[in-house]
Design a protein around this ligand. Sequence first.
Ligand SMILES: C[S@@+](CC[C@H](N)C(=O)[O-])C[C@H]1O[C@@H](n2cnc3c(N)ncnc32)[C@H](O)[C@@H]1O
Length: 216
Amino acid sequence: MQKPTLSLMRSTGVVVLAAIVAACGASAQKSAVEQDASQAKPQASPSPKVVKKDVPYVPTPQNVVDEMLKLAKVKKDDVVYDLGCGDGRLVITAVKNFGAKRGFGVDIDPDRIADSNANAKAAGVTDRVSFAVQDLFQTDLKDATVVTLYLLPEVNLRLRPKLLSELRPGTRVVSHSFDMGDWKPQKTITVTPGGQRLHLWTIPAKTAQSTGATTP
Ligand SMILES: C[S@@+](CC[C@H](N)C(=O)[O-])C[C@H]1O[C@@H](n2cnc3c(N)ncnc32)[C@H](O)[C@@H]1O
């Protein structure tokens, strides 16, 4: 059976997002129940760790990966970060097919990072890409020259101040499907076939407004 895409999730709007939020809540409850159970029965084998994600895993199709990197105009001096990197193909493709200098992917799910490392090994690019099990909201972004995202609308909005404050002016940000509210993209394209929308922003020069600083 074909996996649902985030584009499809978007089309079903608030109902689906509410379902995701409910699912995240359910995971958190399950985790607490598992902790209680392990305290009550110390001899029982440990429960598998529940990973609390802000976004479910839905891989970007390879033709869309290629279009995201083209939209960002990835080239040899670029350092490409994918926040929530899934199976790592965005940074692996950036390095292998677009000649990027380096790629870095973070994912909160250790299974995704294991997939990413295996894929990097299979692609022969382990010298130029690295991956870390990490919360994207804790990731140091200052070395990136290109950031790719396939998250959710509210996650993009929560991430936006961090992008604007940590990324250097001129860094390109490409998002699969979801925009950044009233920070208008400089370019939006629709991929064919597939119909996925991709948005591009460039980090502007730092101003008091963009860093959140107040003027006296
Ligand atoms: C929609 S998938 C996108 C995967 C990949 N970027 C792609 O486009 O194919 C979102 C990914 O974000 C990861 N994720 C969710 N919440 C995260 C968080 N707080 N920090 C890091 N990764 C997270 C999920 O585990 C999942 O792999």
